[in-house]
Unconditional design. Structure first.
Length: 256
């Protein structure tokens, strides 16, 4: 597998990104392409590049203050745009960036394109629960969602949990302010009806305070609910004190 990595994206880039990439290369054995300002990347190295790691020069950087909708177009030689273009052209198997989420979403949607039939992309981090792991979708990419979008997120999450997490029959839940179907806003009510009608391994409505107690393998919701949940994990689980200490630490690291 060849992973294309935005070396200029995220906090403490490129030093932290390059260091993590080299460690991942040793641990996982994947080929890695570091995309960014070559001089800055090489300044982070303590020796020659190991076999399987290469650098592709990109002179521009998408900053957090840039307009996410147009940044990848205006900065065509940015590490983000160059990396996504490489992925589109089949020069790698995956692209990773810790930079601007909005610019990454816009660039991936317009350059790499969506899977046929999928109307909108979503972010889906995997979080530890009391007994295993659970996928959240969406957690920050879409502030305004329709019931159809959330239904598609349910199908996407179901497929991801089966193929990549090894869950034979994923339990799909709808994150809400309460566990009763009557609670929540119109979006939650309409989505609940669609999920019940479609099946989609729909299990239940999940109250945010119970998600980490392993009530589902996957939860569908919009970015406002998801971003808040990921940023406040310890407060979002009434069973937090029952979780193993190492799980709480992992949650805190994800939310940092």
């Amino acid at each position: 597998m060849k992973i294309i990595l935005d070396a200029m994206g995220g906090d403490n880039a490129p030093q932290a990104v390059v260091q993590g990439a080299l460690e991942a290369h040793v641990q996982c054995g994947a080929d890695i392409v570091l995309v960014g300002r070559e001089e800055a990347i090489r300044a982070c190295l303590t020796g020659p590049l190991p076999e399987g790691v290469e650098i592709v020069n990109a002179t521009e950087v998408v900053e957090m203050c840039d307009d996410p909708a147009t940044a990848f177009k205006r900065k065509k030689d940015s590490s983000l745009t160059v990396g996504l273009t490489m992925l589109k052209n089949g020069e790698g198997d995956a692209f990773i960036s810790a930079g601007s989420t909005g610019a990454l979403l816009a660039g991936a949607t317009l350059l790499v394109k969506r899977i046929r039939g999928v109307r909108w992309a979503a972010m889906g981090p995997v979080l530890p629960t009391a007994t295993g792991r659970a996928l959240l979708c969406d957690c920050g990419a879409n502030a305004d969602c329709t019931p159809e979008y959330l239904l598609q997120f349910a199908y996407l999450g179901n497929f991801y949990a089966q193929r990549l997490m090894g869950v034979e029959k994923p339990r799909v839940g709808l994150l809400n302010i309460g566990a009763e179907p009557s609670k929540g806003d119109t979006l939650r009510h309409e989505t609940f009806a669609l999920l019940e009608e479609a099946g989609a391994s729909f299990d239940s409505v999940i109250k945010t305070t119970c998600f980490l107690s392993d009530m589902a393998d996957f939860a569908a919701f919009n970015a406002i609910y998801g971003a808040y949940f990921v940023s406040k994990p310890a407060r979002s689980c009434v069973a937090a004190k029952q979780l193993p200490k190492n799980v709480l630490v992992e949650v805190e690291l994800i939310a940092a």
